[in-house]
Design a protein around this ligand. Structure first.
Ligand code: DX5
Ligand code: ZN
Length: 218
């Protein structure tokens, strides 16, 4: 069995106020924080790295769970620095590594949980061999790189298939998820819900997160 959780993506928040924005999201009912790391190489955009995460950890205290979405070309390189900075889960892209098994082991040895992400063009069969060794599968519902894109409904069969094969696996969806698209995700069996612009762009993020979580819990 799995439980529904909501993790706002702070990519579309006021990045000059990241600590405050993270605290505000936790106060508004976030279960965890989804932190998008982009290196300008794996994706055509740059965000932040482990020095920022270290500062953020100090700003928010020990409790908020940091799910690091590593949109980087060499995920092996940042495992130890991210663990030292206070990351709780290291979600790397299958497309970015030649040796997922080794990386999974390194992440565990660093004391973090393991997330494995696939881009829209990657099949779920490619992920399946690793599903028994990871804590969470991330099925991207947009091309990674930017917030505010349109939800790709045709990714839902990946989620349904994973859910049928791995009943207790945490399955996260990320990209274009909000009140209009959450029902599709819930039906397919996703239980970790990332939402960026729909939450951050709302005047009432508490209600939006409560609504999203409610649908997943049904
Ligand atoms: C996209 C990022 C997402 C993004 C989600 O590359 O991985 O986490 O911030 O934002 P929305 O919900 O606006 O699509
Ligand atoms: Zn993300």
């Amino acid at each position: 069995a799995y439980t529904g959780k909501i993790g706002p993506s702070i990519l579309s928040s006021d990045l000059s106020q990241l600590g405050r924005e993270c605290r505000r999201m936790m106060e508004c009912g976030a279960d965890y924080l989804h932190l998008d790391v982009m290196d300008g190489h794996f994706v055509p955009n740059i965000t932040f790295g482990h020095p920022m995460v270290e500062c953020l950890r100090k700003a928010v205290g020990p409790n908020p769970f940091f799910d690091m979405h590593m949109m980087v070309s060499r995920p092996e390189q940042w495992v130890k620095p991210m663990a030292a900075a206070g990351a709780n889960q290291y979600t790397f892209h299958l497309e970015a590594t030649a040796n997922p098994g080794n990386l999974i082991k390194e992440i565990r040895e660093s004391g973090m949980k393991v997330g494995l992400a696939i881009k829209p063009g990657t099949t779920v069969e490619d992920l399946a061999p690793w599903a028994g060794q990871i804590d969470m599968a991330l099925v991207m519902t947009v091309e990674p790189g930017f917030g505010g894109q349109t939800f790709m409904e045709d990714m839902m069969p990946k989620v349904s298939w994973l859910r049928s094969q791995f009943p207790s696996l945490d399955i996260e969806v990320d990209g274009g998820v909000g009140p209009d698209t959450i029902h599709r995700c819930a039906e397919a069996g996703a239980n970790m819900i990332v939402s960026g612009s729909a939450v951050m762009g709302s005047a009432d993020p508490r209600s939006v997160m409560a609504l999203l979580k409610d649908v997943v819990l049904e």
